[in-house]
Design a protein around this ligand. Structure first.
Ligand SMILES: [Zn+2]
Length: 245
């Protein structure tokens, strides 16, 4: 666990669906934004499979995609995230493909984040009640290998060079949802923002108020680390250079 708190100057948050970021890492992102960090939010699918209403069928998906993109943009506004990128991959059918890895590599090279925030590509089960959505793992795996080695290695995806996109080395990778977390970010001052951002995803929440659950999760993460509320990560330090510490 790092002793001094780390704040990147620029970070990229990569997730499969609208709302994933708000359920998991939004408290950390809000904290970074408040320190002056520029955050780019990348959403791989638009969550257009996120409805079980019996009257709905395939025709509803473009409409739901639009709605969920708007909800994500509102959530990002709440968190102070200025840039949101939607990649429009199919919700529920995501694979950790080379195409996806190439797209994420292109974005990392374009925006040049110091830190990248993802889910855990190894997370299959959480507790005894939740099987991790395969899209979450697919997005995380593609993002992981976009960070290393693809973004920093000049001769991987050389077509990106033809587009004028130069290699970039990410310095830290924050992996949320790991069973081997080693870093706890204090979100005590940003948990309210996390909750209000999450509430922007009204199409998914219905009448359910997520506040109690989010506070319980964050309290649980923080309790052994003297933090009222925390988000836990496994952090890969890929380069020590230019850290502000
Ligand atoms: Zn999700």
């Amino acid at each position: 666990m790092s002793k001094k708190e780390y704040y990147p100057k620029r970070a990229m948050s990569i997730h499969a669906h609208p709302d994933d970021q708000e359920f998991t890492v939004a408290g950390t992102l809000a904290r970074w934004v408040q320190s002056g960090c520029d955050v780019i939010s990348v959403i791989v699918t638009s969550g257009e499979a996120g409805s079980n209403e019996p009257t709905r069928d395939a025709d509803f998906k473009p409409e739901l995609a639009k709605l969920r993109e708007a909800e994500q943009s509102s959530a990002n506004d709440e968190l102070g995230i200025r840039e949101t990128v939607f990649l429009h991959y199919p919700d529920g059918e995501l694979e950790p493909s080379l195409n996806l890895r190439r797209e994420l590599t292109r974005l990392i090279r374009k925006y040049r984040p110091e830190a990248v925030v993802i889910g855990d590509p190894q997370g299959l089960f959480y507790g005894n009640g939740y099987i991790n959505h395969p899209d979450h793992r697919a997005a995380a795996q593609a993002a992981l290998y976009a960070v290393f080695p693809s973004s920093e290695t000049r001769l991987i995806f050389t077509e990106l060079l033809d587009d004028g996109v130069e290699p970039h080395k990410v310095k830290r990778l924050y992996v949320h949802g790991s069973e081997k977390s080693d870093t706890w970010v204090n979100i005590s001052t940003t948990i309210s923002l996390k909750i209000s951002a999450l509430k922007k995803h009204a199409s998914q929440l219905g009448n359910w108020d997520p506040e109690k659950m989010i506070r319980e999760w964050a309290a649980e993460e923080g309790k052994e680390h003297c933090l009222k509320y925390a988000e836990a990560f496994k952090v890969m330090i890929l380069s020590e250079e230019e850290d502000r510490g």
